[in-house]
Design a protein around this ligand. Structure first.
Ligand code: C5P
Length: 296
């Protein structure tokens, strides 16, 4: 997160998207969730959050790409939990400008939630410890904790146990969002772990991530959820086939989808910036680089 303070009671935060460079499902748990071993990596596609202390009431708004109805917004729910915990009536104005597509496997909703919690805490004079903010985030989703740190980390458990990995990258990636979201719960439901005979080895991946050539890394990206995501939405499989015809580079799904990413090994390759592709839906491409917080 990039935090800018504007005097007492007002904070702006840029909060990044993530890619799952590696994702293995270790097993299904008694609580219905799955234990994961995933390596998350932040990139420089940011949502922009503004939080200001207010005299009365909690007001919440969004702009940018469609964030769906405010009522279900994780950022708003995080603010409600924050004020319930700190005992006061909500007194803040929160605005989220969205650049990260929703339901895209890029962690946008989780990243916003972490930023809202950090922003509220700073704007209100830091009533809560960082650990309490992370615990609130964990109530709202599995990959929330990672965004309090960012950079590169091995995330285990449901995804909430975060071990930072340093000495990774920076890399450049091309992202392709197909123009429609993926539903995480459905993808996990369609996962057939019985078919999985051999588990991938996370430490071998970390070694390639730190020391391998771009070619070796391009081959090593792995996502156990990919087949389940294709079974869940045949449109996603079709989109990947079209993508392969247009660009033979190796594309991988991030998280439960729906965004594909490709490592761009050659820095001289022309940047596409953020651009729209032709297609039945409204696909979009983003040219991004690793985002490493300055305190890492
Ligand atoms: O935690 P989050 O809201 O992102 O998860 C959405 C759904 O994905 C969960 O309700 C669960 O069905 C599934 N999930 C899972 N194992 C995880 C994370 C998510 O089964 N580690």
């Amino acid at each position: 997160m990039i935090v800018t303070s504007h005097g007492p009671g007002k904070v702006d935060i840029k909060t990044p998207a993530k890619l799952n460079l590696y994702l293995e499902v270790v097993g299904k748990r008694a609580d219905g969730f799955h234990d994961l071993e995933t390596i998350m990596h932040t990139v420089d596609l940011f949502d922009e959050i503004s939080v200001a202390r207010a005299d009365e009431g909690l007001s919440f708004s969004t702009s940018g790409i469609d964030a769906g109805p405010d009522e279900g917004n994780l950022g708003l729910r995080a603010a409600q939990i924050f004020f319930a915990r700190t005992g006061g009536r909500g007194r803040a104005t929160i605005h989220i400008h969205k650049n990260i597509p929703m339901g895209a496997g890029l962690g946008g909703g989780s990243s916003d939630t972490a930023a809202v919690l950090v922003g509220l805490n700073l704007a209100l004079g830091e009533p809560l410890a960082r650990e309490e903010l992370i615990a609130m985030g964990n109530q709202l989703g599995s990959d929330m904790a990672f965004f309090f740190t960012g950079g590169t980390a091995l995330c285990t458990g449901r995804g909430e146990k975060v071990e930072p990995i340093d000495g990774v990258g920076p890399f450049r990636f091309s992202l392709v969002y197909p123009g429609f979201p993926s539903i995480t719960r459905d993808v996990f439901q369609n996962l057939n772990l019985g078919l999985t005979k051999t588990k991938n080895n996370t430490s071998i991946f970390i070694d390639i991530l730190k020391n391998g050539t771009p070619q070796a890394l391009g081959r090593a990206f792995f996502n156990r959820l990919e087949e389940a995501a294709f079974r869940t939405a045949s449109s996603l499989r079709q989109f990947r086939e079209q993508l392969k015809k247009r660009d033979p580079g190796a594309y991988h799904l991030s998280g439960s989808g729906s965004t594909f990413f490709r490592l761009v090994p050659d820095d001289s390759e022309k940047s596409l910036g953020a651009s729209t592709l032709q297609g039945e839906y409204s696909p979009a491409m983003f040219d991004v680089r690793s985002y490493t917080p300055s305190d890492q």
